[in-house]
Design a protein. Structure first.
Length: 359
């Protein structure tokens, strides 16, 4: 266990083929004040902690890791590495609590992260809540597009030029906080968002973004996490504060293929990065630890229509060493162990702890 000092809420492994031993952890701290001033924004601070791990291929759970860098920021609700070609640099984007996003490049020669030009959208009253890159399935030398969800209800599209990050579109998406925005990795004209208004929405960036392509109102609590499956077209995992994970066929987004009770609110869902384990979903369950769900139909040749009639899911592993809200979690893109397990890093909030395990 590693003490992150400040409350920890995000973990992301680097997918770049040359740097899969690098991962980052984001922290989020609300500074306490003796007086409450409504006209003054709440102050928050955080860090991007950078780690390098040494994989033990015989027993991944026994791998070691060391902190090699820390970068001070306002609090960091989310961070994501961009999937790029092997000849390109490893780049990560971090989203902060003052409405800014920051691009960082891994520098192998200096063993650390370098800063890239930033956007100029600072707003002390607006938090960036989540972000996602468009090019998960099609890594190129260029950076993909970014979608960012903000606490004022807006979604923001960003594109990177040689000199800056530019806002290319911005629109109101939800009545309350849109906790999550995510691309359809198979059709990057489509974005999905979920908010504290209990609504799941779809957006086609080629159209008038005042009108979503669909609105699913059949949730019992706020929607917190969404991820398009990187290996199965049309499949979407959606988590909610209502202690469930739903799978949707994106062609029929109003009725779930399956709904699984996970025992606590789902803060993050992550499909396994390997196609060989495409049936496995890693879930941060907030009040009930971390779990690996296995959707058995996804491991065989079956259609999503068939899955809707015979969905079978089980919890194949859980991790309960954290003593607080289970928030950040990710699979490693590095080597599997001899028993085919993958390294996993997870972090929790009030006990500010980071753990390294396998599943």
């Amino acid at each position: 266990m590693f003490d992150t000092i400040l409350p920890a809420d995000a973990v992301e492994f680097c997918p770049h083929p040359a740097f899969q031993d690098i991962f980052v952890c984001g922290t989020y701290n609300l500074l306490k004040s003796e007086e409450t001033v409504r006209t003054r924004p709440q102050e928050r601070n955080g860090q991007c902690l950078v780690f390098r791990c040494q994989y033990d291929k015989d027993d991944i759970a026994q791998s070691s890791f060391d902190k090699i860098q820390e970068i001070n920021y306002p609090a960091l609700p989310d961070m994501k590495w961009c999937h790029r070609s092997a000849a390109s640099k490893a780049t990560i984007c971090v989203a902060d609590s003052q409405g800014e996003v920051h691009l960082l490049d891994w520098n192998a020669d200096e063993v650390g992260i370098d800063f890239l030009p930033e956007n100029d959208s600072k707003d002390d009253y607006t938090l960036c809540l989540s972000l996602d890159w468009s090019n998960r399935r099609n890594p190129t030398s260029n950076l993909g597009k970014l979608v960012v969800s903000c606490s004022d209800g807006d979604l923001v599209l960003l594109d990177h030029t040689t000199s800056s990050i530019e806002v290319t579109n911005k629109w109101t998406s939800h009545e309350y906080e849109p906790w999550i925005a995510a691309w359809n990795y198979w059709d990057t004209n489509m974005i999905y968002s979920g908010g504290d208004d209990f609504k799941l929405k779809g957006w086609d960036i080629r159209t008038d973004l005042r009108d979503p392509t669909f609105v699913n109102k059949r949730f019992e609590a706020g929607i917190t996490t969404i991820q398009s499956h990187p290996h199965i077209e049309h499949l979407l995992a959606v988590g909610s504060y209502d202690a469930s994970v739903r799978l949707f066929d994106t062609r029929k987004p109003l009725v779930p293929l399956s709904q699984t009770d996970i025992g606590g609110g789902a803060w993050r869902v992550k499909w396994h990065p390997s196609a060989a384990r495409k049936s496995d979903l890693l879930v941060a369950c907030m009040h009930d630890g971390f779990k690996i769900l296995r959707f058995h139909e996804l491991g065989v040749e079956t259609t999503l229509e068939e899955m809707a009639h015979s969905s079978s899911v089980s919890v194949v592993q859980r991790f309960d060493e954290h003593q607080s809200l289970a928030y950040g979690v990710d699979w490693s893109f590095g080597p599997s162990s001899s028993d085919q397990k993958t390294a996993i890093a997870s972090c929790s909030f009030y006990d500010h702890s980071l753990h390294f395990w396998s599943g």
